[in-house]
Design a protein around this ligand. Sequence first.
Ligand SMILES: NC(=O)c1ccc[n+]([C@@H]2O[C@H](COP(=O)([O-])OP(=O)(O)OC[C@H]3O[C@@H](n4cnc5c(N)ncnc54)[C@H](OP(=O)(O)O)[C@@H]3O)[C@@H](O)[C@H]2O)c1
Length: 319
Amino acid sequence: MAVAQKSLREARIGVVGATGAVGAVTLELLAARGYDNVRAFGSERSAGTSVPFGGIALVVEQATPEALSAGDLDVCLFSVGTSASRELVPHAVRGGAACVDKSSAYRLEPGIPLVVPEVNGARAREHEGIVANPNCCTIPLTCALKPLHDAAGLARVRVATYQSVSGAGAAAMERLRGETPEQHDLRMDWEFDGVEFDEESKLRAETRKIMELPDLPISATCVRVPVMVGHAEAVWLETEQPLSPERARELLAAAPSVRVEDFPSPGQAAGGDEVLVGRIRSDPTVEHGLVLFLSCDNLRKGAALNALQIADLLVGVTV
Ligand SMILES: NC(=O)c1ccc[n+]([C@@H]2O[C@H](COP(=O)([O-])OP(=O)(O)OC[C@H]3O[C@@H](n4cnc5c(N)ncnc54)[C@H](OP(=O)(O)O)[C@@H]3O)[C@@H](O)[C@H]2O)c1
């Protein structure tokens, strides 16, 4: 297909979901990197409106099956909801575009790569038109777990998340802006199956798939906090071999896209590209236990930036 002969910079890129929280950041990152062959797509609701792209405004086109399958897009970066992705992504694939999808529609589908470039980037090359972008908590978690697993083997992981409101999209951000401080509260605004939120089961299943550790014991408790941008996670892990906090700190400091900070926070992470990791210490309550705290911009490395990095990997690969 056409993308095989092009670099991402030359490729014709469609940003689908361009009016949303992730779409806006995707456009910002593309403009900052100097891409100009970019089109913006949304639903019927936003078709004909415009979105900022560098110094100009892009008119939003409706993401119809016809428009997406017309054969004039090389790469499509989807950030629409799961049902819209299920409906629209196959049309873009039919039109010859390599698609990176940020919803949960395809993440656990056998044969569809679920990719964090720093962790399992080579898997992206196995795609047949679709690469799935993981959940915004899974991405930073696996960036931190990978070097520790490589050094000492992961035996168990427990996570508590503190997720920002932008993770729930542009409408939720608007709601937070309209609240008084007294109205701020923790939320658990995911689907509940009577035991777990789907966010918690996604974090477990996606981490296992990306790390290629299908039996890894991992449990999570997810909450949303009244912070606009930037997710945080407290992580308790057990390793098969002993791993000192000092060695873990060295490994994390050398890991791609990770920056060691004493006290990572969403405020520090927001607007940046790195996963901030700190509070690295022993957990004396278990054998070979470590505790750490991380934070990451959920709209950038947790979504738009990771997808762009995947798209970079796809260039030069025939679908
Ligand atoms: N926010 C995050 O931190 C984050 C991180 C990782 C993954 N994700 C995933 O990325 C996706 C988008 O998230 P978001 O936070 O950007 O949500 P959002 O702010 O609510 O934006 C949703 C976008 O999807 C578009 N859309 C909805 N239905 C559509 C349809 N049928 N056809 C075409 N476009 C349609 C909307 O267009 P209109 O304006 O026309 O309605 C809007 O541009 C979700 O699947 C989410 O799970 C989000």
